[in-house]
Design a protein around this ligand. Sequence first.
Ligand code: AMP
Length: 201
Amino acid sequence: MRVVLLGPPGAGKGTQAQVIADRLGVPAISTGDIFRANVSGKTELGQKAKVYMDAGNLVPDEITVAMVKDRLAETDAKGGFLLDGFPRTIAQAEQLRESLADLGQALDGVLELVVDEDELVRRLSGRRMLVDGEMIQRDDDRPETVRHRLHVYRDQTAPLSGFYESEGLLSRIDAIGEIEEVTGRALQALGAADGDKPSAG
Ligand code: AMP
């Protein structure tokens, strides 16, 4: 299955992406994670991306699209994938469609995680991640950057919802609740609920 996970920062995309991808048996590909790994590794790509990330802005499409295209060409993505955090602009969505067409592929579905804005701000300002055994706040989770990221989302990414809806690919799910509850809604929306669950053992 080839799936895109859409949703504002703080909607729980990262967590859901891992769980849903596991259940579908496909790799979860997070552009944010790839950028953060490059920032930590101090690669040239990381140094370029960091400037935009720290300000809560999107990394330019030409950098991001080329990176995703390479990642989708890797062997583990041949049978399917779940994209987390990409596309984030209409231009990226169009490029994704082209890259997939070049590979003779197309998306099967787009899931949008819906969470109201007060809840997003509350979640993001309290969010911490584990780095080298320490719980730290992401630079871009600081309150002023959070507000800017939400603005960038509304402005540049939210229009993707209409874009994919008009292609008949979009399912919106309520992303408030226990992790498993939300995963259940997601799998149901994708038509991959319990019937397809790999049996234990
Ligand atoms: P995320 O972990 O998805 O919240 O991404 C963290 C940051 O990485 C974003 O605020 C952007 O600066 C950058 N980023 C991630 N994915 C994209 C993308 N598809 N296009 C542009 N920038 C991105």
